[in-house]
Design a protein around this ligand. Structure first.
Ligand SMILES: [Mn+2]
Length: 318
């Protein structure tokens, strides 16, 4: 059991939503993330913290992995717009559905392109929702700024409605409900030039590893929450890309960047969000077991993903 109280979920009910999707980036294996995390006992670990947990397979009956092999790019070089759009709609419905039923959605990816679905689902459930995006990358490219055309680098821009004249048809359903003053980043260290401009122009609070080094992780989390949720009254959606944590701790992920959070700093972020009592939803994404070079890599990465979930849902050290 956990003593941590959750203001938006006093009855401690949660829904684990699996999102085994890899179409937002080119590497195979990230669609296996949910399976590995569940097989490691994730559901039971959350139940042991006192949560009533059910399981929803948001993409059941779909065949996106086969379609991904015929990857095509649109006029902006965007890859897989159709399947990302369809998949995100299913995730959106599952997340909003769980939240509307007073259950805290825990979405397990899959690549981070599913963030368009989870964020938009939560913002429709409660427009006051603010976002903490924990990541090595800002994931705020638009179809106009992205070099790779991989949609896992773009989910935030779609929910914000940036460069909206450039969106693939299938992503036009996403409501543009996220305001720039309602999202903060922690852990950034690989941000594209176009993204830096977007962050600056929109005055978005972003804490890079430089800030973590300078202020320490405790102060950085406080500053991030102060920026988006100064009175500590809005619900918080925590979107956690495991690549925020240094690859020495979390090697099995698609876009590793050296110089990341230590494992303890990474878990502290989730603990600190839990401590606010304001967590309303959580994503854990980009676990890719096929990128491990050995079994230890898989174990380390899957264990870290599970630990992020437990810490966010109220596990404490004492
Ligand atoms: Mn990401």
């Amino acid at each position: 059991m956990s003593d941590v109280e959750f203001k938006f979920h006093p009855n401690k009910k949660a829904t684990i939503i699996t999102a085994p999707f890899s179409g937002g980036q080119p590497k195979s294996g990230v669609e296996l993330g949910p399976d590995y995390i569940l097989k490691a006992g994730f559901q039971k670990q959350i139940e042991e913290l006192g949560w009533d947990v059910n399981l929803v397979h948001a993409l059941e009956g779909t065949n996106y992995e086969n379609e991904k092999s015929q990857m095509t790019a649109d006029e902006f070089g965007i890859k897989n717009g159709r399947i990302v759009g369809e998949c995100c709609k299913k995730i959106h419905d599952a997340v909003k559905g769980a939240a509307d039923n007073d259950r805290l959605p825990i979405t397990i990816g899959g690549d981070h392109s599913i963030g368009s679905g989870t964020l938009s689902g939560m913002l429709e459930h409660n427009p006051d929702t603010c976002i903490l995006w924990i990541d090595a990358h800002a994931d705020i490219n638009t179809p106009k700024t992205t070099d790779s055309g991989n949609l896992h680098g773009c989910p935030v821009s779609f929910v914000m409605g940036l460069d909206k004249d450039s969106y693939p048809e299938e992503l036009k359903w996403i409501p543009h409900k996220l305001k720039p003053n309602r999202i903060a980043y922690i852990g950034l260290r690989d941000v594209d030039a176009g993204e830096k401009k977007i962050l600056r122009d929109n005055n978005i609070k972003a804490f890079s590893m430089h800030h973590v080094d300078k202020y320490g992780i405790g102060k950085v989390v406080d500053m991030a929450i102060d920026a988006i949720n100064p009175d500590r009254k809005f619900p918080i959606h925590l979107s956690y890309d495991v690549d925020a944590i240094d690859p020495s701790f979390v090697p099995a992920t698609g876009t590793r960047v050296e110089g990341g959070l230590t494992l303890r700093e990474g878990l502290y972020v989730a603990e600190a969000v839990a401590e606010t009592g304001l967590l309303s939803s959580l994503d854990i994404v980009e676990t890719n077991p096929l990128l491990a070079e050995n079994d230890t890599h898989i174990l380390d990465t899957v264990s870290a993903a599970c630990a992020i979930g437990r810490c966010a849902l109220g596990q404490t050290l004492l």
